[in-house]
Unconditional design. Structure first.
Length: 134
């Protein structure tokens, strides 16, 4: 239930103008080698949305970089643009990392093209015995 609530918070967070969700997913019990905060590989909930937007990279970055989830203000948004993201799958659990430097954040959008990005959140559990089953 906890994992679903974290994902729900992301899925229902207001989208920027002229933006839509293309895909969404979450996993729980994801183990990162150093944890998302570098604290030792505790189980983690990872939720993401794939978005398409008429906004520029800079506008999307600013929107998500300046905000946190209302119910989880310690959870920060991660944003991975289409050409600098790497999809990772470990034991059937999916999350995203940066594949290369994102380069400059353009404020330009090519007419007729959409800006595509992954918006991801991670919530680590401080003790492995916490129930995170959705």
């Amino acid at each position: 239930l906890y994992a679903k609530n974290i994902a729900h918070d992301l899925y229902h967070y207001p989208l920027p103008a002229h933006t839509k969700i293309v895909e969404k997913n979450f996993d729980y019990g994801v183990f990162f080698p150093n944890g998302p905060t570098g604290s030792g590989g505790y189980p983690t909930v990872v939720a993401f949305i794939e978005i398409e937007s008429e906004l520029s990279r800079k506008e999307l970055y600013n929107y998500y970089n300046e905000n946190t989830l209302p119910e989880n203000d310690e959870v920060k948004f991660e944003i991975y643009f289409e050409d600098s993201q790497k999809k990772i799958e470990v034991d059937g659990k999916v999350f995203y990392e940066r594949s290369e430097s994102p380069g400059s954040l353009s404020s330009e959008v090519t007419k007729g093209e959409k800006t595509k990005a992954i918006i991801q959140i991670k919530k680590e559990f401080s003790h492995p015995s916490h129930s995170i089953i959705g």
